[in-house]
Design a protein around this ligand. Structure first.
Ligand SMILES: Nc1nc2c(ncn2[C@@H]2O[C@H](COP(=O)(O)OP(=O)(O)OP(=O)(O)O)[C@@H](O)[C@H]2O)c(=O)[nH]1
Length: 397
């Protein structure tokens, strides 16, 4: 689960395609279900490959041990081989949505293209083949996890190929052909309805979960994230991500100076307005969708800045400090409040050989810097580089 919430407008569902209209959102949805999807896909591929081969017995029973029957068994084995290769590709690229979708489509196209060839040589077994084709359609639409539009395209294409084969073969009477066409249309219509309903239900459920999570993670007074985001371990995940890619990561811990006085002089409601104004300033200066602003305590806020070195974090903190000191917040009755804030920064620079193991280390370091500013008279910024190895610790920039 990512640190950042997607705005509700980006969670809109394109009902025609039965997926999220926003690509990033759809991607996040698929990634969320990727482990489950991988297991389902593997089971579907192995199950289908097994039955595709086992039905080779019917080829031999119908045609006898003739070269044609053996060629058909070989074709079935080829389809099974394609399914095994798809399983292997998915196992090699467990985090790739693209590989999982391409592998699924490839196997379904190969399997449904081979099927009319198998049926071509067994006109007498047509009722059975028709039943088998119904099951293949069910697998395409509802068993194999895939994008709805791809399932619909492959299902329709496979039906056209199967219908064309029967037409060319000429083994069916006109009334049977009409019934067959109607059956194929019905099979595809039912498949489309079932698949679309399933895709939409899954996405609506995901959207509700996202919206609930956003409400639970949001501080109602300031509109910032609350500490739940820290407790859910998302900041540790951010530190791990930065370490994996060798990227810098900075945090700014900031606190409004003498905030108790604001409450005491102007009342708690005025204090709330000042808090809201400070939070609004932090959010407006942070990068949307990249930085994360958390209300860490009463009048204390934490900014998490991915891919930001100490100098960048320092410059941002200075800009916020200056803007807040210049601003005055109207608190009713024609009066307004001017306040200042103090900032402590901790940074893990890019490609640091000894990044700290836990985010708490970063917060503690930022907290020390913040209190050094408070002790030094407030309304200032101090920062430090943080590392696991003490000899690399350089402080007091
Ligand atoms: N209005 C309002 N006040 C709050 C809220 N949360 C915490 N406070 C107040 O914030 C004040 C924090 O006071 P202190 O921790 O003494 O800090 P300070 O007065 O800002 O002093 P320094 O941090 O040392 O500059 C307390 O009076 C809290 O009651 C809130 O949501 N709304």
């Amino acid at each position: 689960m990512s640190l950042y919430h997607l705005p509700a407008r980006r969670l809109a569902i394109d009902r025609r395609r039965a997926e999220f209209a926003d690509r990033e959102c759809e991607d996040r949805f698929i990634r969320h279900f990727l482990p489950e999807r991988r297991a389902q896909l593997r089971a579907s591929l192995l199950f289908s490959a097994f039955f595709y081969v086992v039905f080779g017995l019917t080829d031999i029973a119908t045609l006898g041990p003739t070269p044609t029957a053996w060629a058909m068994v070989a074709l079935r084995l080829l389809v099974a081989l394609a399914a095994l290769c798809a399983c292997e590709a998915i196992a090699r690229h467990p985090d790739s949505v693209r590989v999982s979708i391409r592998a699924t489509c490839a196997v379904m196209v190969i399997g449904s293209s081979a099927f009319p060839i198998l049926c071509w040589y067994q006109p007498a077994a047509m009722p059975w083949n028709l039943m088998s084709f119904g099951m293949i359609l069910m697998a395409i639409y509802v068993i194999f996890p895939n994008r709805f539009v791809y399932s619909a395209a492959i299902g329709t294409g496979a039906s056209l190929a199967f219908g064309a084969m029967l037409l060319v073969q000429g083994s069916l009477k006109l009334d049977d052909l009409v019934a067959l066409v109607l059956m194929l249309i019905l099979g595809n219509a039912l498949g489309t309805i079932a698949a679309r309903r399933f895709h939409l239900a899954q996405r609506e459920q995901f959207r509700s979960a996202m919206l609930l999570e956003e409400v639970a993670d949001c501080d109602p007074l300031t509109g910032c994230h609350n500490r739940r985001i820290v407790e859910r371990g998302l900041l540790d995940a951010e530190l791990t991500r930065a370490g994996r890619y060798g990227a810098a990561l900075s945090v700014i811990l900031c606190d409004i100076d003498h905030f108790k006085r604001v409450n005491d002089c102007h009342g708690h409601a005025a204090g709330d307005l000042v808090l809201g104004a400070f939070a609004g300033l932090l959010r407006s200066m942070a990068r949307e969708g990249v930085d994360c602003v958390i209300r860490y305590g009463g009048e204390e806020f934490l900014l998490v800045l991915p891919e930001t070195e100490l100098a960048g974090a320092h410059a941002l903190a200075e800009r916020i400090r200056h803007a807040f000191a210049q601003a005055s917040t109207p608190v009713g009755n024609g009066s307004s409040v001017t306040a200042t804030a103090s900032f402590g920064i901790a940074c893990v620079p890019a490609l640091h050989p000894y990044p700290p193991a836990s985010f708490d280390v970063l917060i503690e370091a930022a907290d020390e810097q913040l209190y050094a500013v408070k002790r030094g008279g407030r309304n200032g910024v101090r920062g430090t580089i943080v590392a696991a190895a003490p000899e690399l610790l350089r402080s007091g920039t």
